[in-house]
Ligand binder design. Structure first.
Ligand code: ATP
Length: 278
């Protein structure tokens, strides 16, 4: 897939740098315990891990969406294009070109698909013609949305709503998209289709992606670089091709081992035992 790649170590500009952040909810619940990562310009970086590992929290820390959930970055720093951003607000991040596609799609149910897409262009000031061109660009990536453009979003399928959410983000002409769990609740074929589109948008439009995903298998096939989170800590990172071949990743996250498939629950207790014993 995408193995000739921008990685944090290569000679490419780092757009986003998260440095040793700690996040606490409700003043007491420590969720991120020193997460660091780098997102190179033009790459697809995956943030992997199971339920509750801290993937969404990391994305929300970057886009400054934690405050509304009584969450706070209490240590560390976040820089975008080398400027500190952890105390700016969500609108400021959008102005900088960073847009988050939330988990669970979040389309405006009562608006049509096209109206939803146009809300993504709300902050733009480059004129109707440019917006109309981008609408066509989104429809070219997502022909299904062109067919459903007049349909009320609430009555479209989960896959169409996911496409609409990504399309809406594209309408803001972002430099970076933070994409939370694009595979959630979708059939495998559709997941594959959505990741193919993410790959084309990355290659053709140069949009940088940081995507949070539980589906390690598909994410590591499309991403260039991956970070694996467990209980609020990065436990492993590397080029996606290396992670795919890593024995621990195969065993713990891809469900492949010499003894056959392992469930994620087995894997977690196994890993805990392994840590206790080491
Ligand atoms: N608003 C909140 N208040 C308190 N705790 C929270 C809040 N949001 C998340 N958490 C807790 O923080 C931890 C990390 O959650 P987060 O949603 O970041 O994980 P995740 O890796 O994205 O998991 P999932 O894939 O299930 O969404 C979980 O234990 C969760 O219960």
């Amino acid at each position: 897939m995408l193995d000739a790649t921008p990685t944090p170590d290569a000679q490419v500009e780092t757009l986003l740098e998260v440095n040793n952040i700690e996040v606490i909810y409700n003043s007491v619940i420590l969720v991120l315990k020193g997460v660091s990562l780098k997102v190179p310009k033009g790459g697809i970086t995956a943030l992997l891990g199971g339920n509750g590992a801290g993937k969404t929290t990391t994305l929300k820390a970057v886009s400054n969406l934690l405050h509304s959930e009584r969450g706070e970055v209490t240590k560390g720093s976040i820089k975008y294009r080398n400027e500190p951003v952890h105390s700016s607000d969500p609108a400021e991040m959008v102005k900088r070109g960073v847009v988050q596609v939330m988990e669970g799609r979040h389309c405006f149910e009562h608006l049509t698909i096209e109206e939803n897409l146009l809300t993504g262009a709300y902050t733009r000031s480059d004129g109707k013609a440019a917006i109309a061109r981008d609408l066509e660009m989104v429809y070219d990536y997502f022909p299904r949305l062109r067919e459903r453009r007049k349909s009320q979003a609430g009555y479209t399928s989960g896959g169409e709503q996911q496409m609409c959410a990504i399309g809406r983000a594209l309408m803001s002409r972002p430099e970076t998209i933070l994409l939370d769990e694009p595979s959630m609740g979708l059939a495998p074929q559709l997941v594959e289709q959505i990741f193919e589109i993410v790959k084309s948008v990355n290659e053709n439009e140069g949009v940088t992606f940081l995507l949070a995903e539980q589906n390690t298998n598909v994410a590591l096939r499309f991403a260039h670089y991956g970070y694996i989170l467990e209980s609020g800590r990065v436990v492993m990172d590397g080029p996606a091709a290396d992670l795919r071949e890593n024995q621990d990743v195969k065993e713990f996250y891809l469900g492949m081992s010499d003894e056959g498939r392992k469930s994620f629950r087995d894997v977690r207790s196994y890993r805990r035992r392994k840590r206790w014993l080491s």
